[in-house]
Design a protein around this ligand. Structure first.
Ligand SMILES: Nc1ncnc2c1ncn2[C@@H]1O[C@H](COP(=O)(O)OP(=O)(O)OP(=O)(O)O)[C@@H](O)[C@H]1O
Length: 288
């Protein structure tokens, strides 16, 4: 599989001169050696505007299946904006306009025929702050399958709830209190509950927007382990401010700066031998 970094017609993506190798002397632990899947999502020349203000400029990026892709870059560079284009969450912001093309499995996700609610079931999202519904643990997970008609009986729904909680690594901790409020769980457990909720509607892609930033180191480690397990089954895209986290959990990394995609590639390469000076400066903490 060959991954391309498409450049804007004026060649402006990237910019700056390539740094000289070797660039980093400290060892970086990555899962980057594993194979990546075929392209799941393909973004071409995607620009996003909030009113008159342009937040993303001609971003073109191929996102592989069965792989964790990390989006990194300084605050305000457009990571979350780009993440939201992949399940049309930007549609919910009235002054937001998206141009360019985003395909999932070769289909234009912005086509008139695509129902955004169904798209968001296929492309689930996990936010920074765990946001369980004010319902029981069981109902948090059962809600989506029920409204999408995925279970034909109570028994089937019970199975979906159990499988989803197991895949999210939470079953052991909650199997004896499924009918207690989801909001009564710890922050890390709530985040895994939210992941179970996303999994329950059989998504193909899971978008994660800084999913560990509200969690302590132990809960963070559990979520990172879970992400590593989930990648066998799903296409995962994670926005993170933590270089260490990007290096630990992802196989591909895309570095954004000032609304542009500067560089993308295998995580190990981005962290040890980036092509662009700006990437090097960011990962070595010179800005951001
Ligand atoms: N709803 C919105 N309305 C107007 N401007 C917005 C909105 N959301 C984001 N922006 C602007 O778009 C730009 C990109 O923001 P975005 O949140 O995508 O960046 P980010 O890289 O995810 O930042 P952070 O790491 O701080 O979350 C910023 O200038 C931000 O102020």
């Amino acid at each position: 599989m060959k991954f391309k970094l498409f450049r804007a017609p004026d060649g402006s993506q990237g910019g700056g001169s390539a740094p000289e190798a070797p660039v980093i002397s400290t060892p970086v632990v990555t899962h980057g050696a594993g194979p990546v899947g075929p392209t799941k999502i393909s973004a071409r020349d995607v620009s996003v505007f909030y009113g008159d203000k342009q937040a993303l400029y001609d971003v073109s990026l191929e996102i592989p299946d069965k792989t964790v892709t990390a989006l990194i870059g300084p605050s305000g560079c457009g990571k979350s904006t780009f993440l939201r284009t992949m399940n049309r969450m930007n549609d919910t912001i009235s002054h937001c306009r998206v141009t360019g093309r985003i395909e999932m499995d070769g289909e234009d996700i912005n086509a008139k025929s695509v129902d955004p609610v169904l798209l968001r079931a296929r492309v689930g999202m996990v936010f920074q702050k765990p946001n369980p519904f004010p319902k029981t643990i069981y109902e948090n997970v059962a809600y989506g399958p029920r409204i999408h008609g995925l279970a034909s009986s109570k028994g089937e729904l019970d199975d979906i709830v159990q499988i989803s909680l197991k895949r999210a690594g939470l079953w052991e901790e909650v199997s004896d209190r499924l009918h207690s409020p989801g909001t009564g769980l710890s922050g890390g457990q709530q985040q895994r509950l939210v992941i179970a909720r996303a999994i329950a509607v059989e998504p193909e892609v899971i978008l994660m927007d800084e999913p560990c930033s509200a969690l302590d180191p132990i809960a963070t480690a559990k979520i990172e382990e879970l992400i590593d397990e989930l990648r066998e089954r799903y296409c995962i895209v994670i926005v993170t401010h933590s270089m260490a986290q990007a290096a630990r959990v992802s196989q591909r990394t895309a570095f954004f700066h000032l609304g542009r995609l500067v560089e993308t590639g295998p995580t190990e390469e981005i962290f040890t031998n980036p092509r662009e000076r700006r990437t090097l400066d960011y990962i070595t903490g010179r800005f951001g």
